[in-house]
Design a binder for this molecule. Structure first.
Ligand SMILES: [Zn+2]
Ligand SMILES: [Zn+2]
Length: 312
């Protein structure tokens, strides 16, 4: 078996930066995507290579804060992540807000400098207007075309005519290990004109995994007959679904833990995963199932009757 070589799979040199890696992934993904007729295994291999390199190259620039920032020269934004991403310290794409800037393509005019131009009708292309009075002759710069004699007709494609562009940036960032719902993540400025950005985490459930407070919980539903018979439980963990035996004398509505299978701590060790077991009852039973259940109830009631009478 050949060793896993993400660079070869993406067709890039080992010196490639994150931007080059992303570009290579986008191009290859277009050829290999199963929806476009590509082989699924090849696409998955490509995706795995891409995620592996993103993970390795993305510098961990986010720091965990326990409280909101002070002062006013900063931006506060929300960061939507899933419970799984947060627990594993996954790499996520983050939209970093930024202050609006004057469009550099059109210098804030909103018109396309390399688009069509029409002669200014106000000054007839001369760029200035002359006024002749009895004694004085006055020339002023044409207020309509600003002295250029032409009007730019097409809107600037860069800012779509607004004259300014959003300072928003998309970054691939690794969530710091140990971050929990309620924490604030701090992204220090990278360049001179940037400010500190703070993210408030918004954590969404992933499948059956949710955070209850700062604790990662896996909700496991079990049909009442499996529970009564003591069948192993299907539990979603951070590594996927697993069959787990219920602890002896376990009661519904409570929980048990899987040691060291929960969210990562800052030091790279793991917390326990809490498994909350909910016993569920089917809303409708088939006639056959109902008959069996009635038989079961009869046996149980007889037994109870015997127990009750033995008490006298
Ligand atoms: Zn523009
Ligand atoms: Zn003019």
């Amino acid at each position: 078996m050949k060793a896993f070589d993400p660079y070869r799979i993406l067709g890039i040199s080992p010196q490639a930066n994150l931007e080059e890696i992303r570009r290579a992934f986008r191009e290859k993904a277009r050829q290999l995507h199963p929806d476009l007729g590509g082989k699924k295994e090849l696409f998955l291999e490509l995706k795995r290579s891409y995620e592996f390199l993103c993970e390795r190259l993305a510098p961990n620039r986010l720091r965990i804060l326990k409280e909101r920032p002070r002062g006013d020269n900063y931006l506060l934004s929300f960061l939507d992540v899933t419970a799984r991403e947060l627990a594993l310290g996954a790499t996520v794409t983050v939209v970093v807000p930024g202050k609006t800037k004057t469009c550099s393509h059109c210098q804030g005019r909103g018109q396309n400098p390399s688009g069509r131009k029409e002669t200014c009708l106000f000054c007839e292309g001369r760029g200035e207007i002359e006024f002749s009075g009895a004694k004085r002759h006055l020339r002023i710069v044409c207020p309509r075309c600003g002295g250029e004699g032409v009007i730019w007709v097409d809107i600037c494609p860069h800012c779509r005519g607004r004259g300014e562009v959003s300072g928003e940036r998309e970054l691939v960032l690794k969530l710091p290990l140990g971050a929990r719902p309620g924490d604030i993540l701090h992204l220090p400025p990278q360049e001179e004109d940037e400010v500190d950005v703070f993210f408030e985490l918004q954590v969404h459930p992933s499948g059956n995994l949710i955070f209850e407070g700062r604790q990662l919980v896996s909700r496991a539903e079990v049909p009442f007959w499996s529970f009564a018979l003591g069948c192993p439980l299907k539990v979603e963990t951070l590594e996927g679904y697993e069959r787990v035996a219920l602890p002896p004398r376990f009661q519904p509505g409570t929980f048990f833990t899987l040691p060291n299978r929960g969210a990562y701590r800052e030091d790279g060790t793991r917390e326990d995963l809490m498994v909350r077991v909910e016993v569920v009852f089917p809303l409708d039973l088939s006639p056959a199932a109902r008959k069996k259940l009635e038989e079961f109830a009869e046996i149980m009631e007889k037994k109870e009757g015997q127990n009750a009478s033995s008490g006298y």
